[in-house]
Design a protein around this ligand. Structure first.
Ligand code: ADP
Length: 461
């Protein structure tokens, strides 16, 4: 029995150069390789059965084989099944698979059966003359070939990802000389088969993870929508009892205002402060839920940022004056797209924070266009810079989380929801926000917005 090593994934055609002695035969063989390779390239399955059905016939026809089988090793039972056959009577595979039950690891079987030997050794087995050796056949195999005699056998293992998964075995009635070119052809064909199965394994794995990711995203989207709706409804519903508390507290306050009880009025003040804080928190929760709500008509309006900034400056007049602050606005900013109200709240929040978290005698907030060749050309990057208290490196990510504050109410008022809302609004447009800062040295908040797309000439008619 001759054996020839078959390293997995190695292109045998290149390894062993073909001598073009018999050019007619060679051409036929090359054509067959092309046909098999074409058939395999159109297969989108890692199922060996389908691949086997597509390659066995051309493979056998070309080698002049009388009988051929593709065997598959099925785990975990470690049974051998015939998945495709050539030259045998009809329903050969079915009957064979039902009748044949044997222990694969029985030494007699694996040593004397060429197919099993090639599977276990991961080697091509070539038997030029069966009379010179002890070759095992099942009874059913003998019955199927009738009076015919098998003189030569070739068995090629199918090695996928370094594991033997089966074999292609060819049986010749007449004694067959296996020349080098034929051997190369057999190896090349097996490589095509294993390549097809491996490629499709990868494709299937990629498709599976793509599908899983898509499904997970759908679930996440739904959960987020449900959560937003819950927050929206809950915050609306909370307003009602809060209003009741506030009105009864003011009635009580009015009734007891004459008795000059300092302790009592202290309690009332605390209740009023608490309800006001609760109102602000509820308002922030509503704004947060609103940040990701679709407002179909307004989602992508054309926005003039300079306009918005002037409006914000006007709205914040009292606050700016009370802090002796100064806002420096840019000359001209490019047009952007988005929901005007939401984008305005982003800028207002950042500007107000720049004034609020500031101990300088003249708090200064400067809004400018930030330009960098590395930026996405579809986006506009805006910088809001202040000369305030700055933020330590360790907290620069944390501040964008909901209700995350670095200071107490006594130091700086607020709920800690502002930047979380800003981030959520921007993320809806695929935009980002980040901060560059150092404690005591002011902060620079950068954020991107979708740039207004210029109309194509054709749009003007
Ligand atoms: P709030 O203003 O209600 O506290 P934000 O979400 O707007 O909530 O900000 C979160 C925290 O980030 C603030 O409490 C503050 O500690 C910090 N912060 C935000 N903006 C600035 C800034 N310009 N300079 C320094 N710290 C800031």
């Amino acid at each position: 029995m001759q054996t020839a090593n078959l390293p997995p994934n190695e292109d045998a055609l290149y390894k062993e150069p073909v001598t073009l002695l018999n050019s007619g035969k060679t051409l036929k063989r090359l054509k067959a390789i092309e046909d098999i390779s074409y058939a395999c390239s159109n297969l989108f399955t890692s199922d060996l059965v389908t691949v086997a059905h597509n390659v066995l016939k051309p493979f056998c026809e070309l080698t002049g084989t009388d009988y051929g089988v593709v065997l598959l090793l099925k785990k975990p039972e470690e049974q051998i099944y015939i998945v495709a056959s050539y030259g045998f009577p009809e329903k050969f595979e079915e009957t064979y698979n039902n009748k044949l039950k044997f222990t694969l690891h029985s030494k007699d079987v694996s040593e004397s059966w060429p197919s099993l030997r090639s599977i276990f050794k991961k080697q091509i087995i070539l038997i030029k003359n069966t009379e010179t050796m002890n070759v095992g056949y099942s009874r059913f195999f003998r019955q199927s070939i009738g009076k015919n005699k098998i003189s030569s056998i070739a068995s090629v293992p199918i090695v996928v990802n370094n594991h033997s998964v089966g074999a292609i075995t060819l049986y010749f009635k007449k004694q067959h000389e296996f020349d080098d070119e034929e051997l190369s052809f057999i190896k090349a064909t097996t490589n095509i088969i294993t390549g097809t199965i491996e490629r499709n394994h990868l494709l299937e794995a990629a498709k599976k993870s793509e599908l899983e990711l898509k499904q997970a995203n759908e679930v996440l989207k739904q959960v987020n929508q449900e959560l937003d709706s819950f927050v929206y409804i809950a915050s609306h519903d909370l307003r009602e009892p809060l209003r009741t508390i506030e009105s009864f507290v003011s009635i009580l306050q009015a009734k007891l205002s004459n008795n000059n009880d300092k302790e009592q009025s202290g309690y009332f003040n605390r209740i009023v402060n608490a309800t006001q804080r609760m109102r602000r928190l509820i308002q922030d929760l509503t704004n947060l839920a609103r940040a990701s709500r679709d407002n179909k008509d307004k989602e992508y309006e054309e926005i003039d940022l300079n306009n918005i900034l002037t409006e914000i400056q006007f709205e914040l007049t009292a606050f700016i004056q009370s802090k002796n602050a100064e806002i420096i606005l840019p000359d001209r900013l490019p047009k952007v797209m988005g929901d005007r109200e939401k984008i305005s709240s982003v800028l207002k929040n950042l500007i107000a924070n720049g004034i609020k978290f500031n101990k300088s005698k003249t708090p200064r907030v400067c809004v400018s266009l930030s330009e960098d060749a590395n930026f996405d050309p579809g986006k506009v990057c805006i910088c809001v810079e202040d000369n305030g208290i700055g933020i330590e490196k360790d907290y620069q990510e944390k501040i964008f989380g909901l209700f995350q504050r670095l200071h107490s109410q006594d130091e700086y008022e607020g709920t800690g929801a502002g930047l979380a809302i800003v981030k959520k609004i921007l993320e809806k447009y695929g935009c980002a926000i980040w901060v560059e800062s150092e404690k005591g040295k002011g902060s620079k908040f950068y954020f991107t917005l979708p740039r207004m797309q210029l109309r194509k000439y054709s749009d003007h008619g």
